[in-house]
Design a protein around this ligand. Structure first.
Ligand code: ADP
Length: 240
């Protein structure tokens, strides 16, 4: 689905790479859990996949180098920590925004909203509220509906559960895992939380200092850490 060939991100004024030159492949239908401490480059890598940040190197999507990210807009769904909803639009308008821009008819939009509310476990009446009038969990459900609206092939999640209380987080994580399995999409999920990485399974990819330091299973990393940082990260995660 994605092939990165020496893809790198350097923000002006920063001393070091936010993403050092990286080779990385993501298969269609795969779930990737991007792990690492804060500042390790997880969001930068995710934002690169979403076409939200300038990069060097070559990034291929379905085999072709990406030149125009607008053409990919419908293929990628993106959910961030606090939902990233527009506060001045109702939940309904947030979810329907792109479809309206594309000229979808009202009936088609309503039918899709029905489907998505069911899928995301949201009471449809809540779609008339503004984001400020929704709980954190409801906001994330709306954000997921928005990401899924145009039936993307790839879902990009940047710590979508981190701002939620433990009960809401577990409930949403369980539903999300089920949804990912049912929809069979390619998923890239950023988290600094090892338990989430365990929960969703998939390929664990551990980053540090803008580099991918090890990938595979967490058990594999525990057994054979590629460098001292890996052992330190896993141990710190277990201790606290
Ligand atoms: P993570 O998601 O793992 O917490 P990030 O990808 O957000 O890490 O950040 C990686 C590095 O890049 C950090 O040093 C961060 O300060 C820097 N960085 C991220 N975004 C920007 C930006 N827009 N401008 C300048 N530096 C940035």
């Amino acid at each position: 689905m994605f092939e990165l060939d020496q893809v790198a991100v350097h923000y002006p004024g920063n001393e070091s790479w936010s993403l050092a030159p990286t080779d990385f492949t993501i298969e269609t239908g795969e779930t990737i859990m991007l792990l690492g401490p804060s500042g390790s480059g997880k969001s930068t890598l995710l934002r690169t996949l979403a076409g939200l940040t300038p990069y060097q190197g070559t990034l291929r999507f379905e085999g072709a180098p990406v030149n125009d990210w607008r053409a990919l807009r419908h293929r990628l769904g993106y959910v961030i920590q606090d939902g990233g909803l527009f506060p001045h639009l109702t939940a309904r308008a947030n979810v329907a925004l792109m479809a309206r821009e594309l000229g979808w008819k009202r009936d088609r939009i309503e039918a899709r909203l029905d489907e998505l509310a069911e899928l995301a476990g949201l009471d449809k009446a809540q779609l008339d509220r503004f984001p400020g009038g929704l709980s954190g969990g409801q906001r994330q459900r709306v954000a997921m509906m928005r990401a899924l609206m145009l039936e993307p092939d790839v879902l990009l999640f940047d710590e979508p559960l981190s701002a939620l209380d433990p009960i809401t987080r577990l409930r949403l994580a369980t539903e999300l895992k089920d949804l990912i399995a049912r929809l069979g999409k390619t998923v890239v999920f950023v988290t600094h939380n090892m338990r989430e990485a365990h929960f969703f399974r998939g390929r664990a990819v551990l980053m540090n200092g803008g580099r991918i330091v090890q990938q595979g299973t967490i058990e594999g990393m525990e057994e054979e850490p590629a460098e001292p940082f890996v052992a330190e990260f896993l141990m710190a995660e277990q201790a606290m």
